[in-house]
Design a protein around this ligand. Structure first.
Ligand code: GLC
Length: 650
């Protein structure tokens, strides 16, 4: 059952596809909205909702976020952020996924909440008070202090017999997830950046020469001419078309990046057309709002304006025509290095510190001034969209920008190449975007804790409809190590997006860059992915088609099992298997909870070397580096493809 409560006049987000009838009267402040059988009463507060949690309640959800599968004990904020520090102290990453499920000890005791609003929402999940869940809308600054008028949102309360059914019902509400092409389940190699077509050819050759399977090679910002979207660097990628064709013969898909910011440059067609048609976001005076991104001064296409969105989407044709069939959309929170106005202000103010004796106060003021330039909240309040015919300040619809940018591409693909399934994923997102594309999990780092975060984020993203997803394997920032790379690949072989990506300036982490023993282990593990690919792609498409989760916490599959409910580092994948990845350096095994009798398959690289029956309960399993253990449910079978594939057969 889904109930919808509409407060005030919500700004539409187009997250939801079902038209659920609104409840007539919404309760006043302090009154009860709904009583969840045996669990809690949801009450209206001045700026949101409040409810009690019992000790045994688990809170699942919130999609892309830091911390565990059970979200209790922290405060999260939906505020799409260009956040390269995925630390435990963070409250927001790149996406806003305002769906949670509160699950009690009995399977039937559960309810889901979806808060549909494009502005900031704070989820205090037992942070201020252990047994209290508080959801607050953070009013846009400068708006009325009268919170009651700020509560402009749709609240959906979803109740079914089990958590999995509640999730399924929610997913029905928000519509079918995007299905990526099968080749996008192959291994992808990326780097910021491969600097020339020669380098691209060389990286591919090294994979093929070493029999490291590979299906895609990523082009980061340097393939462009001066970081201008929909251009090609005429010197370093002069033979782009031929390169794409040659790569196709090698069964390699090239996947270029597209950024949200469009360079300000007269004579650059994307810029000129956008200016002529008024398609860029405007400042309060109606002038194009100038921000800084990769090429320096940029403007932001108004992705929320239907006409501008269609226009921006049409530009992907430039690359489609060159044979490209996959893209990643980046910096679409949108990330702002600076705004022209802020930069001027900071330069003016910084001068005042020049001749000062910088003491404890002034030194920190000074450094904060410099640190306040990027992604400044004031800047997000300084430009406007034309959304459904209305002028609307950006911060009020902030969390929709990445969604609508990606939608522009996806809608264009349907118009331009209706018979093709184009790979598309984005950094920033909001629920609703899952119908158009996947996401990658942003700029993580070569930390063991970020491997664990990748594991824990998979089910919460799946709950919110994002099934085509994965993290930068090996870690994007900082120098990776061979053992971290091996362990991360050992988990990454299960995630739909399996991409090794790293930042410029860090240690090279293409598999062949490591010593031969490590390379062999990595290569063997990647080969195992290709043996699992049919199982994984079937599980994925089924989950997309049937509004289900491909990755599930044990507590969802075994809701009556107290031990299973508390497991934070094992996952069920598809109908047949469970994984228990190693995510600690130098560990050669780990404790595993077996929730029902299972068969353990041990692989050394791609080769199956052991098959052992395990009985329900806690056990310790040896998992040396280079070996992967897969746990198969008692009544299920894991069908493996033959070993030896070096790319996905289409
Ligand atoms: C952003 C992206 C990262 C990319 C870099 C350069 O940080 O998240 O993946 O490599 O920009 O384009």
């Amino acid at each position: 059952m889904i109930r919808r409560f509409t407060f005030g006049n919500p700004i539409p987000t187009e997250a939801v596809v079902l038209n659920i009838e609104k409840r007539k009267a919404v309760p006043p402040i302090d009154e009860s909205i709904a009583v969840m059988d045996g669990m809690a009463e949801i009450k209206r507060t001045v700026n949101g909702f409040i409810m009690k949690m019992r000790d045994e309640d688990i809170v699942y959800g919130l999609g892309e976020n830091v911390r565990g599968i059970n979200k209790r004990g922290w405060v999260y904020e939906s505020n799409n952020s260009d956040e390269p520090k995925h630390e435990e102290t963070r409250k927001s990453l790149y996406g806003s996924h305002n769906f949670i499920v509160i699950a009690g000890e009995k399977p039937s005791e559960n309810y889901g909440l979806f808060i549909d609003t494009p502005g900031k929402v704070r989820f205090d999940i037992g942070y201020s008070k252990y047994d209290e869940l508080k959801i607050e809308v953070i009013p846009a600054d400068g708006d009325s202090e009268d919170y009651t008028s700020e509560l402009n949102l749709d609240l959906y309360i979803i109740e079914e017999d089990t958590v999995l059914k509640t999730v399924k019902s929610f997913r029905g509400l928000v519509g079918k997830s995007y299905i990526a092409p099968k080749w996008a389940f192959g291994y992808g190699q990326s780097r910021w950046s491969y600097m020339s077509s020669d380098e691209v050819r060389e990286v591919v050759k090294k994979h093929r020469d070493n029999h490291i399977p590979l299906d895609s090679l990523y082009l980061d910002i340097d393939y462009m001419d001066d970081f201008m979207d929909f251009t090609i660097n005429p010197d370093t990628f002069a033979d782009f078309k031929e390169l794409v064709e040659d790569m196709k013969k090698e069964h390699i898909h090239l996947v270029p990046i597209i950024d949200a910011g469009v360079k300000v440059k007269e004579g650059y067609k994307v810029y000129d057309e956008g200016v002529q048609n008024g398609y860029f976001c405007k400042d309060e005076n109606g002038e194009d709002f100038i921000v800084g991104v990769w090429p320096g001064k940029c403007v932001l296409p108004d992705m929320l304006n239907d006409e501008a969105r269609a226009w921006f989407g049409n530009w992907y044709k430039v690359l489609l025509d060159l044979g490209i069939d996959g893209f990643w959309n980046d910096m679409n929170e949108p990330a702002l290095f600076y705004s022209e106005k802020r930069l001027k202000k900071v330069f003016d103010e910084i001068g005042e510190y020049k001749n000062k004796n910088l003491d404890v106060n002034t030194f920190f003021e000074f450094s904060e001034l410099a640190g306040s330039i990027a992604n400044n909240p004031e800047d997000y309040k300084s430009f406007y969209h034309n959304y459904k015919g209305q002028k609307i300040r950006h911060d009020k619809v902030h969390n929709l920008f990445g969604y609508y940018m990606t939608r522009s591409a996806s809608e264009a693909f349907k118009r331009l190449v209706p018979d093709k399934n184009i790979l598309m994923y984005s950094r920033s997102s909001y629920i609703g975007m899952h119908r158009y594309a996947g996401i990658w999990q942003g700029d993580n780092r070569a930390f063991w804790s970020h491997l664990l975060m990748n594991i824990q984020m998979m089910p919460s993203l799946n709950m919110c409809g994002f099934l085509y997803t994965g993290a930068d394997l090996g870690g994007f920032g900082d120098d990776t190590t061979s053992d971290l790379m091996i362990r991360w690949l050992s988990f990454g072989i299960f995630t739909p997006l399996m991409r090794n990506h790293s930042a410029r300036g860090t240690r090279r982490q293409e598999v062949y860059q490591f010593d031969s023993k490590s390379m062999d282990m990595m290569s063997g593990i990647i080969s195992l992915r290709y043996r699992l690919i049919h199982y994984l792609y079937d599980a994925y498409t089924k989950a997309c088609e049937q509004d289900e989760m491909m990755f599930r916490p044990l507590g969802m599959d075994y809701p009556s099992d107290k031990d299973a409910r508390r497991v934070e580092d094992q996952l069920m994948i598809g109908d047949a298997i469970m994984v228990a990845p190693v995510y600690t350096q130098n560990a050669t095994g780990r404790s595993v909870y077996i929730p029902e009798n299972m068969t353990m398959l041990r692989f050394k690289g791609a080769e199956l070397v052991e098959k052992t029956s395990l009985t329900k309960g806690h056990t310790f399993i040896d998992m040396p580096l280079g070996e992967v253990c897969i746990f198969v449910r008692e009544d299920k079978e894991l069908k493996l493809a033959d070993a030896g594939a070096e790319y996905v057969e289409e």
